[in-house]
Design a protein around this ligand. Structure first.
Ligand SMILES: Cc1ncc(COP(=O)(O)O)c(C=O)c1O
Length: 433
């Protein structure tokens, strides 16, 4: 059987293995629902970006891990060891990175609505860069930086106004969007002018993010062209030369066989060639390049294990297979019908001839993990694995219906260890007064 990723295999017992560890064994040892993360795969993914970005874009260019995709202390230690920086989008993500001992100067503080408290917390913590989303945050950032006696390094988020043809909810580079300042309307130019006038802000360059789950460089190239033209205009009008271009999120990952295979090194090389050629043509000095991959660092390193509760055939319609998790640990199908591959973790060699819908345990008819799934007919207590859940699952999880968040276990070199403990009922009432 072709499995989606090379860290997945089937052992002699006919069980799914991840990073060489039996998934059914992990389910028995730690209970379900359970997030499993393959640390070796994460490191391999980090190196695809760190090595190729430095080689192709030049020294100093590097990936920043997008913490919104997955955020817990143990992960920041891996990211730091792999020589990456990281972006945080909230004070909570910042707190987590700092609690893990991640160097603050390697952090980039994002967010389209940073409160005054957030800005002060970021400045006090010594974050390396703020990514300013719009002019509203400039005055207060400038004031706090002044109080602290520093010149805060800043990137300015602009929207290139392109449609990256991905899911609407993760398509963030269009003009009509709540993130960044649009180039097309002239707002981005006014934003840069205002930022450059702030004495305590050291404006280093621009940021854009055109969307997520993108498989080729064409939309990146279009956005780079627009950004470069913008940078040229700003240079001639205001005499400012941006030294950094941050191109936002990374490439897509495969959720199903129908998703394309992606060659990240080849894409980085082609993007770098495009950028170098464009910069040479218009005589703009080659900027340092940052990218902010999240999904392609942790997505394919993760899977979720569930225990089947039962099978409910609705005669004339379909069969529902219920599992002990659902939209609380993976809201992406409920949100935007995201694709997933579901496997019978303990019955990998059995014939798959039973078509069903995988439903969660919440009181919501939208609580589905996937429809039109074909499996060997499941029975109560069987273990199902949902692949590619490393990104935007744990980080988007909730306590809806007062369900406890699952644990995360890391596997590496054939060993396993807990990384985040399962929530308890006491956790659920811990904030209740
Ligand atoms: C500003 C920004 N950077 C980076 C990312 C990470 O994107 P991905 O996980 O697709 O690499 C996102 C995702 O929404 C984002 O909004």
């Amino acid at each position: 059987m072709e499995l989606l990723y090379d860290n997945l295999a089937i052992n002699e017992a006919g069980h799914l293995t991840v990073g060489g560890v039996d998934a059914v064994y992990l389910a028995e040892k730690y209970g379900t629902p359970l997030y499993v993360l393959d640390e070796d795969k994460i490191r391999q993914n980090c190196r695809l970006y760190t090595k190729n970005m430095a080689e192709q874009f030049g020294e100093g260019s590097l990936p920043l891990f997008a913490g919104k995709s997955l955020c817990f202390k143990g992960l920041y230690r891996v990211i730091e060891e792999e020589g990456m920086c990281a972006d945080v989008v909230s004070p909570g993500e910042l707190y987590t990175a700092l609690a893990a001992g991640f160097p603050p100067e390697r952090l980039f503080f994002h967010g389209n609505n940073k409160t005054d408290e957030d800005i002060r917390y970021g400045v006090d913590s010594g974050v390396g860069y703020f990514v300013a989303d719009n002019y509203n945050e400039l005055d207060i950032l400038n004031a706090y930086a002044g109080e602290k006696g520093i010149r805060q390094k800043v990137l300015l988020r602009v929207t290139p106004g392109i449609d990256s043809h991905t899911l609407e909810a993760i398509n963030t580079g269009k003009v009509d969007c709540q993130f960044g300042s649009p180039i097309e309307t002239g707002q981005a130019a006014r934003f840069v002018k205002k930022a450059l006038a702030k004495e305590n802000l050291d404006i280093q360059g621009y940021h854009f993010h055109i969307g997520s789950q993108i498989f080729d460089i064409e939309p990146f190239c279009r956005a780079v062209n627009i950004l470069l033209n913008f940078a040229l205009e700003i240079r001639s009008e205001l005499g400012f030369t941006a030294r950094i271009f941050n191109l936002g999120g990374g490439f897509g990952v495969r959720y199903a066989d129908s998703d394309p295979q992606i060659d990240i090194p080849a894409n980085i090389r082609a993007l770098a060639e495009h950028l170098k050629e464009a910069c040479t043509k218009c005589q703009y000095p080659l900027p340092r390049i940052y990218m902010e991959p999240g999904r392609s660092i942790v997505g394919n390193a993760g899977l979720t294990l569930y225990t089947v509760g039962g099978v409910k055939p609705i005669e004339g319609y379909r069969s529902y297979v219920t599992v002990d998790g659902g939209m609380t640990d993976n809201p992406r199908y409920a949100l935007y019908k995201a694709k997933y591959t579901v496997l019978p973790a303990g019955l990998m060699n059995d014939a798959a001839d039973f078509t069903c819908t995988i439903a969660g345990r919440c009181c919501e008819s939208g609580d589905l993990i996937q429809e039109h799934v074909t499996l060997p007919e499941p029975h109560r207590s069987d273990i199902l694995a949902v692949l590619t859940t490393g990104a935007y699952n744990f980080s988007m999880s909730s306590n809806y219906n007062r369900l406890c968040r699952p644990a995360i276990v890391m596997v590496s070199g054939g060993q396993n260890r807990p990384a985040v403990r399962r929530q308890t009922f006491e956790d659920l009432v811990a904030c209740d007064l």
